[in-house]
Ligand binder design. Sequence first.
Ligand code: PNW
Length: 450
Amino acid sequence: MLDFPPEFRFGVSTASYQIEGAVSEDGRGASIWDTFCHTPGRTADGDTGDVACDHYHRWESDLDLMSELGAGAYRFSVAWPRIQPTGSGPAVPAGLAFYDRLVDGLLARNIDPVVTLFHWDLPQALQDEGGWTNRDTAMRFGEYAELVGEKLGDRVKLWVTLNEPYIHFALGHVQGVHAPGLTLAPDAYPLVVHHLLLAHGLAVSALRQHSRAPITLANNYSPVWVAGDTDDDHASAAFYDMVQNHLFTDPVLLGAYPPGFEALLGEVDVDSIVMEGDLEVISQPVEALGVNYYNPTRISAPVPGESLPFSRVPIEGYPLTAFGWPVVPDGLRELLVGLKERYGDKLPPIWITESGCSWPDLDDQFRIDYLSGHLTAVRQAMDAGVAVHGYCTWSLMDNFEWAEGYGQRFGLVHVDFATQERTKRRSFEWYRQVCTVAAPRADLQGEPTG
Ligand code: PNW
């Protein structure tokens, strides 16, 4: 079996809009995902998160599933519009109470709560004021972080400010295939990027007032492989690497935007966006780095007709998940070692905050092979000197997969969305052995060994 140190945490991840449902209960306001899903043509089959896994009502039995799994950590996200329906003002007590119960329920089961503040469900009222193009949204996020920190700060074990700001930026604001469904003009890109980063920094400041737990953000990293060998191919690959892998990490860990950022700025005057002191706020020390990994990306120079300064080229020769994503476990080792090379002593300990695959079968050897391969890659990176403290697989159970609706199934647990029946896949039993055997936790072993 895989040999991990006893303090290593194995867990599972989810996100509020993907599992909770109960979108109009207890004073929850509308989020950009409610609006997006209820706009015809935006999601597969018009699917919405209105009910999702009904986790808002079934949280207790879902916690029991995690307990049965032997999970050492559970990463979930707080829905901002449950706390502040319009994104500002006082907290809704019932909203906070839901997450308060969840945290206590986790601790009672010996599961570390890992809390994400923003997994893309921005209050619609803030979007109506410009969303992330508006600097004010970052300020509001700091206030929201304060409210959550005040309530949960004594018990949360790891904070994640933002989930995958790059994906939220690229899919939500450039390509328009995720909420808020925008295809902004390029001169607005730096606004969205900078305000997301500023929001992270302001949330760090706020959480510090109430919590001693490590704080991080979770980025979706992808090793970039160049397709072709012309100077243009290499330039496109370098640009893509900058945007996906460095843009939302260099400012946090190094206090500066990455080389190549000028290309994104274009004609925009950086001083009209980056105010004095912003980079100090953004680069406050963080004690962890969240890494979400799914696959590498192959990039060439743009083909004719491409509107972006690069083209994606399919990766061949690897198995494909049901989503069509290539399975490249060694890409995770490559990216972890690459992070260490780039950031050196400035790289805090890493948590794998997401890693998993879409595969529908109950008898899912595919997922077992996937997890086994990726855990081996993590172990190899640790042997190569990269500090990794935890691994949370995406996901505990099938859920609302954004624009794909319910068509892609990432769960260790199968969900029948007509009946809400949960059925454990074979990978659940396999991962249970990882959680309980590969890294047996002292608190689950009975007698202390002294
Ligand atoms: C992540 N891409 O999203 C999210 O954090 C999860 O909420 C999501 O369910 C999971 O990965 C699986 O998709 C991504 O296009 C969405 O490269 C899109 C991409 C990557 C991650």
